[in-house]
Design a protein around this ligand. Structure first.
Ligand code: UDP
Ligand code: MG
Length: 315
């Protein structure tokens, strides 16, 4: 019986790389073992350049190329989720369109599926194009999230991963959060898991779509989604401050007995500023959680599909 591998690719303004990606990945996919058939599922995440046009052309010529077209930009993760939702494969591989994730790894992934693994994370050994700052902040982020959260994350995991149908079904049915960290889910669903290593190539052409600002927001959301420790900060700091307050009270009584009424303008100002600062930080953290709750409660769609190509015969 033939098996199907779905390669899911999120595309946002990638007109410069798509043809090259198709050529190179197609070449690798055509060398797969006999029993593996493939589909190349592109999710156009509201590109404003010619990406959609190129994808339509590719799909016209090659029925193995399928396209899901979003009504607007919903972000990389939403695109990957849509790709997983629409993929028909027994195995699904998610990768970027910019060829940073080498297509040569696909046969190794298939070999792992054959061995019985169900979730395959791809760990980056080196990232040629990311600068020092990006590498350091990324390492810092993983150290922090691993400290805060119960789920243990693979530090250099990337948006390059693969899963079988069973694991994908869990994502399709049970992980429909609006504020999320897809890589985190992939690592926390369980199943037979393994890690393969790869060396990230430099981006083929075009530029990175992730700004430092969006990465920062993404990191904050991830921490809030995978840990409730920040929420408990209020209790811990409240306890610490209460203890400090007791000492201050004893000290004040002591000075009162020995020197009369204590004067302490500076102390009061410092204390008040410190207390208010802490209070606002904690209120802010609670606000962030409420924002997430609000987003989940509104239950707006993760993505909106405008049209599809070569996907009519969907499950
Ligand atoms: N991407 C997307 N939607 C976005 C931003 C990016 O689908 O809003 C895609 C992009 O086309 C690429 C992948 O996500 O295929 C990774 O983006 P990028 O290469 O810019 O990120 P980096 O590799 O620099 O982290
Ligand atoms: Mg990239």
């Amino acid at each position: 019986m033939s098996k199907l591998i779905s390669v899911v690719v999120s595309v946002y303004n990638e007109e410069l790389v798509l043809r090259e990606f198709y050529q190179e990945t197609g070449a690798v996919l055509n060398t797969l073992p006999e029993e593996w058939d493939y589909e190349l599922l592109f999710v156009n995440d509201g590109s404003r350049d010619k990406s959609l046009q190129i994808l339509r052309e590719l799909a016209e010529q090659d029925p193995k190329v399928k396209v899901v077209n979003f009504s607007r930009n919903f972000g990389h993760e939403a695109a990957m989720i849509a790709g997983i939702d629409h993929a028909n494969g027994d195995g699904i591989v998610c990768m970027d369109a910019d060829l940073q994730h080498p297509p040569e790894c696909i046969p190794q992934i298939i070999a792992k599926f054959e061995e019985g693994y169900e979730v395959i994370s791809m760990a980056r050994t080196r990232n040629k194009s990311a600068g020092l700052i990006k590498n350091i902040t990324s390492a810092g982020f993983y150290a922090l999230i691993n400290f805060l959260s119960d789920v243990k994350f693979q530090p250099n995991a990337s948006d390059f991963f693969a899963m079988n149908r069973a694991a994908a079904d869990v994502l399709r049915n049970n992980y429909r959060e609006k504020v999320r960290f897809l890589r985190g889910y992939v690592q926390s669903v369980g199943f037979e898991k393994t890690v393969l290593e790869y060396e990230a190539r430099p981006r083929f052409a075009g530029e990175s779509k992730y700004s430092i600002k969006s990465l920062f927001k993404f990191s904050i959301n991830t921490i809030l989604c995978f840990s409730d420790l920040p929420l408990k900060l209020g209790i811990y700091s409240g306890g610490a401050v209460a203890f400090f307050g007791m000492i201050m009270m004893l000290y004040t009584i002591w000075t009162w007995f020995h020197y009369g009424t204590p004067s302490g303008y500076a102390t009061i100002v410092v204390l008040i500023s410190f207390m208010f600062a802490m209070l606002f930080v904690i209120v802010g953290i609670i606000g962030e959680y409420i924002a997430i709750l609000f987003a989940e409660m509104k239950d707006r769609p993760i993505y909106i599909v405008k049209d599809t190509k070569n996907l009519e015969e969907k499950r």
